[in-house]
Design a protein around this ligand. Structure first.
Ligand code: PEP
Ligand code: MN
Length: 340
């Protein structure tokens, strides 16, 4: 970190900062300018940096303390230059091909999930999604079929040969979801549920970590660091829209944030245009943009009858629309030098 002294700082103020750094085991390098003194702290012990920076910021004569290293390490590109490969079933995210995960918001019935599974598979999806435990804004809205939903999802996966992805909302469900799913999804509302992040980090299943709709990219990557630091680096990040002042769309699709994240992390990044848009008409254009911008894949909601869906019908594509979209996505992927 770099400690910038104020223009009024006295020599005693500077000496006090140096003493504190030495007490904490840091080396230092002083640069005395005409206007002010700047101190570089060297060799910070891991773990304490943030607290030490905050403490130094309180000392007389210190104007500000600027951290140099990123607050995450295992997931940073600085630490590991090549994009990590994360497998869901036999598909590898982070390589030459982009992958599309598709399925309904919620698993509603055997017929529904089997029909979607068959149709998204035929259209080229590499995994089937579907929620059994649903994080709904209202406690009176459909909450998902729970374990029965997991059983139906697994059955549909087995019938079509598609690996299955589903959300785990609660620590108490990690075990059962782990038993049924090939990939665990952490939803936007749980991105900062640190106990849950640690718990899925102890599993060896791939994890899709959705960005909190209220999180900066930095916070998103620190959430990924929780999972990684518990031992699981099989993480795919998913941009699904953030909340802004704009109300024309359900959320604001932050493609710039997702592209920025690609420079910061070696983890594969996919986009969920369905939740960002909240409207099926916007899903295709946003999906195209995400692939053309070089993201590693997509998650898209598909329902056989969006007009009868128990959740997220307005943003769901019909199987026919999904098939048409898949046909046009290859070109978008190619724009970024990838294959679908
Ligand atoms: C979902 O995938 O259906 C979902 C609830 O997503 P999010 O957590 O991004 O809202
Ligand atoms: Mn949904």
């Amino acid at each position: 970190m770099i400690i910038v002294m104020s223009t009024e700082a006295s020599e005693d103020n500077v000496l006090e900062v140096l003493r504190r750094l030495e007490d904490r085991g840091y080396g230092h390098h002083i640069s005395r300018g005409v206007e002010r003194t700047i101190i570089g702290a060297i060799g910070a012990p891991d773990g304490e940096k943030r607290a030490v920076a905050e403490q130094l910021g309180q000392l007389a004569g210190v104007e500000r303390v600027v951290p140099i290293l990123r607050p995450y390490k295992l997931v940073s590109r600085e630490h590991h230059a090549d994009t990590t490969t994360v497998n869901i079933g036999s598909f590898s995210f982070g390589r030459d091909r982009v992958g599309v995960i598709a399925g309904p918001c919620s698993i509603e019935s055997r017929e529904q999930i089997l029909e979607v599974a068959t149709k998204v598979k035929a259209a080229g999806a590499i995994a089937l999604r579907g929620g059994a435990y649903k994080p709904r804004t209202s406690p009176y809205a459909f909450q998902g079929l729970g374990k029965e939903g997991l059983e139906l999802l697994k059955e549909a996966g087995a019938a079509t040969g598609l690996p299955v992805v589903t959300e785990v909302m609660d620590l108490r469900h990690v075990e059962v979801v782990h038993d049924f799913a090939d990939c665990l999804q952490i939803g936007t509302r749980n991105m900062q549920n640190y106990d849950l992040l640690r718990e899925v980090g102890r599993t060896s299943k791939p994890i899709i970590l959705k960005r909190s709709y209220a999180a900066t990219v930095d916070e998103w990557l620190q959430a990924a660091e929780y999972i990684a630091s518990a031992g699981n680096l099989q993480i795919i990040l998913c941009e699904r829209g953030i909340r802004t002042f704009e109300t024309a769309t359900r959320f604001t699709f932050d493609l710039a944030g997702a592209v920025h994240a690609r420079f910061e992390t070696h983890l594969p990044i996919i986009a969920d245009p369905s939740h960002a848009a909240g409207n099926h008409r916007l899903v295709g254009p946003l999906a195209m943009a995400a692939l053309a911008a070089g993201l590693d894949g997509l998650m898209i909601e598909v329902h056989p009858h969006p007009d009868r869906a128990l959740s997220d019908g307005p943003q769901s594509l019909t199987p026919r629309r999904f098939e048409a979209l898949m046909a046009s996505l290859a070109g978008a992927a190619r724009a970024a030098g990838r294959e679908l």
